[in-house]
Design a protein around this ligand. Structure first.
Ligand code: 5RP
Length: 219
């Protein structure tokens, strides 16, 4: 099976995680696009969606799915999103699609994070995928230097990308993330950091992993 077929498989499988009659949290990326297309088949059974990016909002609306502002909801039962890397404990690197800040906000509204990913995303330790970090533009160079000093990482501004929130993204290479929760807590405190793409506080409760043998559920 191709990677795209595996993404379609988990996108479809995620429908079983949707709680009928409720608002669904929807992530961003090519795997989530498969989920959104599948969700359209049950759009009359949900109360709507809270979206994590302009791109996902547009796709949801194109299917006729109502998109609510995050400020309109207090809590949602489930948030469904992809990942750039996920470890065996559900910690993730996210933000390859530049939507990490809104993804963390919607994840924070949700009672359960369900990660959908093809098998290539499962790793023993996070850090091979360059870690995305959303930063206020005037702090980009300072935060980049600090990554080098604190973790030995090589942080570069992602060229030509402005986030949905009007900020810049750094991609940090050369990291070995041995304690995701500690790194998330530390980097979040650096002035100018909006969101670090380590999802440990908001890790996945369940991962639906697309493999050539079918969908594996990791808990
Ligand atoms: C976007 C994300 C995505 O979930 C992540 O990049 C995975 O994307 P894809 O499903 O296209 O591989 O974090 O900010």
């Amino acid at each position: 099976m191709t990677q795209d077929e595996l993404k379609a498989l988990v996108g479809q499988a995620a429908l079983a995680e949707v709680v009928p009659g409720t608002v669904v949290g929807v992530g961003t990326g090519s795997t989530v696009n498969c989920f959104i297309d599948a969700l359209a088949t049950m759009k009359d059974q949900i109360a709507g969606a809270v979206s994590s990016s302009v791109k996902s909002t547009e796709r949801l609306q194109a299917h006729g799915i109502r998109v609510l502002d995050a400020n309109e909801v207090e809590s949602i039962p489930v948030y469904i999103d992809g990942a750039d890397e996920i470890d065996h404990h559900g910690n993730m690197i996210k933000g390859g699609g530049a939507a990490l800040t809104r993804e963390k906000i919607v994840a924070d509204l949700a009672q359960r994070f369900v990660c959908i990913a093809d098998a290539s995303k499962l790793v023993d330790a996070l850090g091979r995928f360059p870690l995305p970090v959303e930063v206020i533009p005037m702090a980009a160079a300072q935060v980049a230097r600090r990554f080098g000093q604190a973790y030995g990482g090589d942080a570069r501004v992602r060229e030509g990308v402005v986030t949905d929130n009007g900020n810049l993204l750094l991609d940090v290479r050369g990291l070995s993330i041995t304690d995701p929760a500690a790194m998330e807590a530390e980097v979040n405190q650096w002035p100018g950091v909006v969101t670090v793409g380590v999802f440990a506080r908001h890790k996945a409760r369940v991962c639906l992993l697309g493999t050539p043998e079918g969908v594996k559920t990791l808990r």
